[in-house]
Design a protein around this ligand. Structure first.
Ligand SMILES: N[C@@H](CCC(=O)N[C@@H](CS)C(=O)NCC(=O)O)C(=O)O
Length: 201
């Protein structure tokens, strides 16, 4: 197996941390989007969306979408469990992971893409949208701060895929200047998850 990676990207980091939590060693192939390596016919044959990450299997099969890759790894390496041990826990973790993806990761990526000079010329930027979506992120940070007042991790009392999705979202949020240090519970949680040995994967 190998993983087509974008070191700074939110979604590739989700998969790298997931692999590290599982103790699974997969070589990375860095895809340089500043050189448009993700827009070549060769790369688009692996993932027509031109996005990273992509997992290449030994038989030449490609899997894209970070959650799909993580589910595949979890099926091959069930422990430590990160998607839920029974139907109820699996549903709760799925609920929280979808919230973290749809209500934090996606807005953070949109704020970055529509607000940063890096993305000029790569897509049609709508600066007002960056402002609007940044406000959504701040509102959702306040909501999560309240949620995390009552438990140690996003989906309950242990670290799961939902924490990975949020921690990767907040790394990019911080990098683009959306801070959360006035939210004590969220800040404490971020310290807890980023002090794990896998956090720098
Ligand atoms: N839904 C996809 C999103 C993948 C994605 O947006 N990847 C970004 C990096 S975080 C990317 O490759 N961007 C390159 C581009 O848009 O040109 C997933 O979960 O893997």
């Amino acid at each position: 197996m190998k993983l087509y990676n974008l070191s700074a990207g939110l979604n590739p980091r989700r998969v790298r941390i997931f692999l590290a939590e599982k103790g699974v060693d997969v070589p990375f192939v860095e895809v340089d989007m500043t050189k448009h390596e993700n827009a070549t016919p060769e790369y688009l044959a692996k993932n027509p969306m031109g996005k990273m990450p992509v997992l290449e299997l030994d038989d030449g099969t490609y899997i894209s979408e970070s959650t799909a890759i993580c589910r595949y790894i979890e099926a091959l390496h069930p422990e430590p469990n990160l998607f839920g041990n029974d139907p109820l826990e699996a549903a709760q973790i799925e609920m929280w992971d979808r919230r973290m993806e749809l209500d934090m990761a996606v807005p953070v990526m949109h704020a970055f893409q529509h607000g940063s000079p890096f993305w000029e010329g790569r897509l049609t930027q709508v600066k007002d949208y960056s402002e609007v979506v940044s406000e959504t992120i701040r509102k959702n940070m306040a909501w999560l701060d309240e949620e995390l007042g009552g438990r140690d991790y996003v989906a309950g009392d242990r670290y799961t895929i939902a924490d990975i999705t949020l921690q990767c979202s907040l790394i990019i949020a911080k990098a683009i200047g959306i801070r959360f240090d006035d939210h004590a519970n969220l800040t404490e949680w971020f310290g807890r998850v980023t002090s794990r040995p896998t956090a720098r994967a």
